[in-house]
Design a protein around this ligand. Structure first.
Ligand code: ZN
Length: 417
């Protein structure tokens, strides 16, 4: 018998999709976006895949509350995605949306075998952003003790971590790395009681993972999510470290080729597109996340019957083409992770100078010897030449010289346009 959750394309899911489309059309945004589309006509997944995508730009145009699909009295809260690059997107939540999110998030913690005996130090920001408040919601639902620090103030962060014996740290990968480096620098590792780290869904490489795990002495888990679809907590890795289980009782996802916008080949890297199945406040149909990943096949030894996607490999907007080669952060991580003397942090700058594209790669190294650094730089150039057919300019810098961020960090800068 097929497990209804591992296999996404079930009659039940199609029914849920149809109902969600009908509900979405109660709001101003989908009334217009899906004008002329009859939910009853979506009688197959093929028909569903003909529907137009929803993209962040469309959602911005619905600012402030054009996405709202329920009467005012049912809305209990809003969240908003960061508006640093334009109009923000506002997502209204009903009490059911909050309860569903809490349930999914508690399930994430349980997947990492975190229990109500744990003390969870929450470092992502609180407020309009969904991160901090989501980690807190799941923690309270699980019955664990939340230590709601929010970002920054490393001094106090470490003090509370020591005094309260926090057992779980939740953070972005770059902030976890900053804390790990600070703990090592201060020599306070024996006063830290962390066992697990739950790291937000930005793309991070194997080297960075190893450094954080070793320096903090923790098991690391990836959590997935985005403000437009509840927030973090819609997918989670388990101890077998084979991608993230996705909570397909609340959402349906597709992996598309970001160039052709058609379904990606099974197992191929593409962009994850999400449809909510039970959202009341602001349902989204075929929402383009721009996160790059791939579908993983087969059963997971942990026994969870939720399908898996790979850890996030980058953003489709970060996917750049230089001299015919496709470059995204996950690919750069992969190349650098095999080279001794190269640390986890790097930046790629792409410029157009004197009629040609130049790729400059800055990476951190713990090595101080100038000759040895020259050798490492030349190894890096050779690896890029061999694997991407691009010869970058390489610039090794000392550990800690590249920027760390409490939010998601950008690593590839395309300055050509
Ligand atoms: Zn698993």
């Amino acid at each position: 018998m097929t497990d209804t959750r591992t296999e996404q394309k079930t009659p039940q899911t199609l029914t849920a999709i149809r109902q969600q489309i009908a509900h979405a059309k109660q709001g101003a945004f989908y009334q217009e976006h899906f004008a002329g589309i009859d939910p009853a006509a979506i009688d197959s997944f093929d028909a569903f895949e003909q529907l137009p995508f929803s993209d962040k730009g469309d959602l911005r145009a619905a600012y402030p509350l054009g996405l709202q699909c329920v009467p005012e009295e049912k809305v209990v809260r809003i969240h908003s995605s960061s508006g640093t690059t334009g109009t923000p997107v506002i997502i209204p939540y009903t009490q059911k949306d909050i309860d569903d999110w809490a349930l999914m998030f508690a399930r994430c913690y349980e997947t990492a075998e975190i229990t109500n005996r744990d003390r969870i130090q929450i470092t992502p920001g609180y407020g309009l952003w969904t991160a901090g408040i989501g980690f807190q919601l799941g923690c309270e639902r699980l019955g664990a003790m939340a230590v709601p620090m929010g970002p920054g103030n490393t001094e106090k962060q470490l003090q509370m971590m020591m005094d309260l014996h926090s057992t779980v740290i939740t953070a972005t990968s770059s902030y976890a790395l900053l804390l790990a480096e600070e703990i090592a620098k201060r020599g306070i590792r024996d006063k830290i009681h962390l066992k697990k780290g739950v790291i937000g869904s930005e793309r991070w490489g194997e080297k960075m993972r190893r450094r954080i795990a070793e320096e903090l002495g923790v098991e690391l888990y990836d959590i997935y999510g985005l403000t437009e679809i509840y927030g973090p907590g819609i997918g989670m890795s388990c101890k077998y470290e084979c991608g993230m289980h996705m909570w397909t009782d609340y959402l349906y996802y597709e992996i598309i080729d970001p160039k052709t916008l058609k379904a990606a080949e099974p197992g191929a890297i593409g962009e994850i597109v999400i449809t909510t199945l039970q959202k009341e406040g602001a349902p989204l149909i075929r929402y383009r996340t721009h996160d790059l990943t791939r579908a993983l096949e087969g059963d997971c030894p942990c026994g969870l019957h939720f399908p898996r996607i790979d850890t996030i490999l980058g953003r489709s907007d970060d996917m750049v083409k230089v001299k015919g080669a496709i470059i995204y952060p996950g690919r750069v991580d992969e190349i650098l992770s095999g080279i001794a003397g190269v640390s986890s942090e790097y930046q790629v700058m792409i410029d157009h100078l004197n009629g040609r594209d130049i790729l400059r790669l800055f990476f951190e190294t713990p090595i101080a010897d100038a000759d040895r650094i020259k050798e490492i730089e030349s190894t890096v150039r050779a690896a890029f030449k061999q694997q991407l057919n691009i010869l970058p300019e390489t610039h090794a810098v000392a550990l800690g010289e590249l920027p760390r961020s409490e939010k998601k960090s950008t690593r590839i800068f395309d300055n050509r346009y």
